[in-house]
Design a protein around this ligand. Sequence first.
Ligand SMILES: [Zn+2]
Length: 397
Amino acid sequence: MVVAIQGTKSGKVVIKNIGLMLSGDLDAPILDADTIVVNDGIITAVGRYKDCDTAEAKTVIDCRSTAVAPGLIDSHVHPVAGDWTPRQNQLNWIESSLNGGVTTMISAGEVHFPGRPKDILGLKALAITAQRAFSNFHPAGVKVHAGAPVLEKGMVESDFKELADAGVKLLGEVGLGSVKAGAEAGQMVAWARKYGIQSTIHTGGPSIPGSGLIDKDVVLEADADIIGHINGGHTSLPYKQVCELCERSKRGIELVHNGNERIAILTARHATELQCLHRVILGTDGPAGSGVQPLGILRMITLLSSLADVPAEKAFCFATGNTARVRNLDDCGLIEVGRSADFVFMDRAQQTAGANLLESVQLGDIPGVGMVMIDGIVRCQRSRNTPPATEIPVIEH
Ligand SMILES: [Zn+2]
């Protein structure tokens, strides 16, 4: 088990010779810069090496002309406790995702908790426990925003105030519990919003035996902040309904790996036509029946770039800056001064037909991860999960 380094600060870190810097910002996805300076986990400078104060660094990383992007954010996971998932009874699935470039995860509900309490006191207690536990413990350094209660019938406004006062900031996927009707869900989503709790709704057919259908009318009436897995998880709504959701709602459009891939591609194309790519965010919806997906976010980026004609540098923004903005996370998702030094270092995979990283992604090959950093601290070097990167960064000291 990999244990996070608690309380350790990075000191000054200089990252130089960056060949391609992806910003995470859809409006300007490539930065004209080759150097990042970090102090105690926070980005303090981004620019050309000669213009940056690089003296007396504790750590110097030579990127050897490889690419750096903000650490990837998985907008949709189902954690339970630490780095264990009972869904597939697997250990270290979060650390495995770190090897796929993921540095932040957002819980869509701790629904796989064995014996999950469904009474209101119990579901609140579980949410508060998950929020506390993942705040105190970052598996392999990955920041997991958890504590996302699953709505059950009978909850009243004071329950949402109580949850918010206790530090809960998310709802689990609306529709996974007993609240499945649009009006009832809409009332609870509004209470959550009033107290600063963000909401996601399950969209599409049932995920596993026991869950139910949430169709476009329920999604529109509930009006949750995120249209969770709009491409289904797994079973999608008919494409016409998905189009209607994109057109009639202004909320986040979440595409997941554990969903209908054809609809994911069509939705990205439709969002391009509607000029609303800034709403598109990515998740895995793992762990799930289809397993743990350590490369799920990289695979979604590659899928959408290669088959929905999204330029690769923009597809990376779906999983970084877009998610941070839509999810109200102001500490990650962009390479800019003041954000956390959470980065994924990549290069074209060995033997890809693509001449460089972006071309390889557009041709459908996932990149090789050469290093992942969280809070300015190197958490893994050459990924044990991606195809090997052609070139990898070197830690000079
Ligand atoms: Zn779902």
